[in-house]
Design a protein around this ligand. Structure first.
Ligand code: 5GP
Ligand code: ZN
Length: 115
């Protein structure tokens, strides 16, 4: 598994930075966003470090499918049958953490806010 020393999500994966974890799979972790933009705002993060979703897909095409499955699981466990998934790619699109992550948003405002 690849990790990057100064990557905040690699540090969360390694347990070096605390996070409120809602679920795990063999190759991904789901935790609450530090700065939630909706009543339910979780990040699903593949354990393996890649800069963005396209890079993760190139390295392991099924990894994003498994991330979607974990997103669905944690959203439904929290009572959210309906939710949005957002994946920012590139600084110009609002990406600030360059380790692949899927935003999972639910609750009234989660359906309308941009990210
Ligand atoms: P991006 O803008 O890259 O799509 O999303 C990065 C997200 O990571 C932001 O919503 C931000 O609030 C969240 N974030 C950044 N640092 C941390 C952290 O240390 N812990 C958690 N739980 N979320 C973080
Ligand atoms: Zn990383």
């Amino acid at each position: 598994m690849s990790t990057v020393a100064d990557c905040v999500f690699c540090k969360i994966v390694a347990g070096e930075i605390p996070a409120e974890v809602l679920g795990r799979s063999d190759d991904a972790i789901a935790f609450r966003d530090l700065n939630p933009q909706a009543p339910f705002h979780v990040l699903v993060v593949p354990l393996d470090h890649h800069e963005n979703a396209a890079e993760s897909a190139a390295a392991d095409p099924a990894s994003l499918g498994r991330a979607v499955a974990l997103a669905d699981q944690v959203a439904k466990e929290a009572g959210n049958a309906d939710y949005r998934m957002i994946v920012n790619t590139g600084a110009g699109a609002g990406q600030t953490v360059f380790h692949t992550h899927v935003h999972v948003l639910a609750g009234a405002s989660g359906m309308t806010e941009a990210l």
